[in-house]
Design a protein around this ligand. Structure first.
Ligand SMILES: Cc1cc2nc3c(=O)[nH]c(=O)nc-3n(C[C@H](O)[C@H](O)[C@H](O)COP(=O)(O)OP(=O)(O)OC[C@H]3O[C@@H](n4cnc5c(N)ncnc54)[C@H](O)[C@@H]3O)c2cc1C
Length: 474
């Protein structure tokens, strides 16, 4: 008799977890049911800007409804789990249906963090017309419904998502003002010098940037008309988008007496303190750390699949090294680890090319890469990320690290596309069996269709094999 495994949430963590479970023949042990609040099969949230620009959710879907059925997995879409009892081994969806489970996994992701701002919602608790957040496909459709070419928009938040939202709205023809509370853009990933270069690049796109801007209220009785800043300044806006960070979605865990802090607390096996209850992805907090990018989420999924199936009973999650890359077309930014020196002995290497708008910085500790910031030219990012991940010792001439000929940083049969776990042998085998372009590789292996950070490397593998790469559009 198969045990019942319930997965709550159907986002990117669940999509990857299902792949990992199937790879380990989990369906011979478990009857799997996925409860997803959203209306779709799992989609690639990283590519949501395509929906903002008018694409269909189908274009970024990772798993169609048919996929779940074909793989013997029960999918409940539009199903919010609003109650769970560990003692009774049961959960309930908002429509009142009860479901038994032996094992349950929270994969509830994150929700947008909203600063304390007045006038965002109507008295009945709904979003005011012209106000939106940037997290789901429905959010993008909402943004699009209020976006009118030539009209003013405000994006609140100058981090990764804020920059992406601002560029998307500018591409839709809106006149965009980006408001950021802190003094520099992407202040968590980019140091002060890099942020100056980044700001210039964003302004070149026609986006107005206001840093140190304290947004106090959205003005407009029925719909957004303007944003009120500290000092009582008004910035006109038909559309106000909040992209000011995320926080783990822990409401269900809290109501179900599952211990939480910022996220749902898990151990190295991704298990909560309650046996048989696990958490994975952005909702999970491991070792006082929560994550907001997909690579750590995928690393957790591998461990959890090993643990749940018993494929590797010793599998343990030890935390992830974080690597961030901005996907705004025309602006290259990559960041990993520390962005400023921390220890007195830290070595800092900085190369500033004012005219080209290029800035590259390395933080080196004990001859290992402790962090890097690249703005304007991120061609060295993949190699640096690998050295950062592996903890390699570094060449004596540190500038060699920026060269495309940095052979030591090339993968040794390791993952090229981290988003889809595609390694170099798989790419080369796809090339041998006829793939000629980046599109071919994407269709055959999925490589390059996640964050896109590996496309340069895929292109060099094609070139190495004597093929002419063609670009995959963003
Ligand atoms: C616009 C955008 C761009 C991004 N770009 C990048 C990028 O370039 N690189 C990168 O690494 N990361 C990026 N990210 C982050 C990346 O998408 C996340 O790290 C990833 O989606 C996390 O996966 P998850 O499954 O933990 O959460 P999610 O993908 O958010 O999935 C959680 C799902 O659970 C559902 N859910 C929650 N509670 C319940 C409940 N009680 N019942 C039923 N369902 C529930 C939610 O509706 C949601 O569908 C981006 C995110 C956004 C929004």
């Amino acid at each position: 008799m198969r045990k019942k495994l319930a997965i709550i949430g159907n986002g990117m963590a669940t999509g990857r977890l299902l792949d990992e479970l199937i790879r380990r023949d989990a369906l011979s042990q478990f009857e799997i049911t996925v409860f997803g609040e959203e209306a779709h099969g799992c989609y690639n949230r990283i590519l949501l800007n395509r929906v903002l620009l008018g694409g269909a959710v189908d274009d970024i879907t990772l798993k169609t409804a048919a996929w779940y059925a074909e793989n013997g997995i029960k999918l409940r879409t539009g199903a919010v789990v609003n109650r769970l009892s560990h003692a009774a081994h049961r959960l309930w969806t908002a429509d009142g249906q009860e479901h038994y489970f032996d094992t349950a996994v929270f994969a509830t992701g994150s929700i947008p963090r909203l600063p304390p701002i007045e006038g965002v919602k109507t008295p009945d608790g709904k979003w005011k017309d012209g106000v939106a957040v940037y997290r789901t496909a429905a959010d993008c459709e909402r943004m699009r419904s209020f976006a009118k070419s030539g009209r003013p928009a405000v994006v609140v938040g100058g981090g990764l998502l804020g920059l992406e939202a601002a560029k998307g709205l500018a591409d839709l023809g809106m006149s965009v003002t980006l408001l950021h509370l802190f003094d520099t853009l992407m202040n968590r990933q980019v140091d002060k010098i890099g942020a100056v270069m980044l700001r210039r690049a964003i302004e070149r796109l026609g986006i107005t940037v206001r840093t140190g801007a304290n947004t106090k209220a959205v003005l407009g009785a029925k719909r957004a008309e303007a944003v009120l800043l500290g000092g009582d300044e008004r910035v006109s806006a038909d559309l106000v988008v909040f992209a000011s960070g995320v926080k783990p979605r822990i409401d269900l865990a809290q109501q179900s007496d599952v211990p939480t802090n910022a996220g749902i607390l898990v151990d190295d096996r991704l298990q909560t303190v309650l046996p048989g209850l696990y958490a994975v992805g952005e909702c999970a907090e491991h070792n006082r750390q929560t994550y907001g990018t997909v690579q750590p989420v995928y690393e957790q999924c591998t461990v959890l699949a090993d643990v749940l199936t018993g494929a590797n009973p010793n599998a343990r999650y030890r935390g992830s090294k974080v690597y961030t890359r901005l996907k705004v077309v025309g602006i290259e930014v990559a960041s990993m680890g520390d962005i400023d020196a921390k220890d007195a002995d830290d070595e800092v290497v900085q190369v500033i090319e004012e005219k080209r708008g290029v800035y590259r910085k390395l933080i080196i500790r004990n001859d290992r890469l402790a962090g890097a910031v690249l703005v304007g030219d991120a061609s060295a990012a993949a190699g640096l990320a690998r050295r950062f991940e592996r903890g390699d010792s570094l060449p004596a001439n540190r500038l060699d690290l920026f060269a495309s000929t940095d052979r030591a940083a090339e993968p040794v049969g390791g993952a090229v596309c981290n988003c889809h776990q595609v390694n170099e042998p798989t790419i080369l085998s796809a090339v041998r069996s006829g793939c000629r372009t980046l599109q071919d590789l994407a269709a055959r292996t999925g490589a390059g269709t996640g964050c896109g950070g590996c496309r340069g490397q895929l292109a060099s593998l094609l070139l190495k094999a004597g093929k002419q790469p063609a670009t995959v559009s963003n």
